[in-house]
Write a protein that binds this ligand. Sequence first.
Ligand code: 5RP
Length: 234
Amino acid sequence: MDQTLQNKLKKEAGIKAAQLVKDGMVVGLGTGSTVRYLVDELGRRVQEEGLKFTGTTTSRRTAKQAEGYGIKIVDIDDVDHMDITIDGADEVDKNFNGIKGGGAALLWEKIVAINSNYYVWIVDSSKRVDTIGKFPLPVEVIPFGAGHVIKRMEKKGYKPVLRLGEDGKPIRTDENNYIIDLHLGRIDHPQELGEDLINMVGVVEHGLFLNMVDEVIVGNEGEPLILKNPNKNN
Ligand code: 5RP
């Protein structure tokens, strides 16, 4: 998809999702370029409409952006739960299984998601796929012994690549960990893969978010599409 169109669709999904935020809510704010549009719109609503809510964020980047608009951001342990969390995603299939972590924030994203009453993804239409896995699956690992984790993943045929920054060094997450991207091509058995990964010593979390999301807002040409997960009580 053309980048200009993709950004337009991301923006439309972000603006649509901002309508779900109501006065007094505790709102989990995700990470990524689509969420940036969401936060811009929430910031506008705070400043122009007097919207009042409390936020928790899935990255320091998002916290900085939100605080720039005067949005009150608190530590996740200072709230009981999130009323709603809105985040982006890298891929989503028709069973509401997805991949996240393209922006290296998957660990905080999963922690915020599981503590949310209602969980929403905002994506452009290019993120909808038949089978997940074309997007490399991010896995967060602790730096100690990461080379050995990579070797074990290679033996399993997971095609791991340590994610490097522009400086050629491994990128660090907000928890100071590394990201290994698995170039699988397609993931036919996501549940089994997720269980195998989480049981590997050194792995902190993986980017498979399986049937967790309640609603997906898809930026589409025309009005954004609202997809509700029939397997969830929403
Ligand atoms: C960050 C994420 C992002 O939500 C995901 O990568 C989508 O990003 P974008 O909105 O920039 O396409 O999981 O870890």
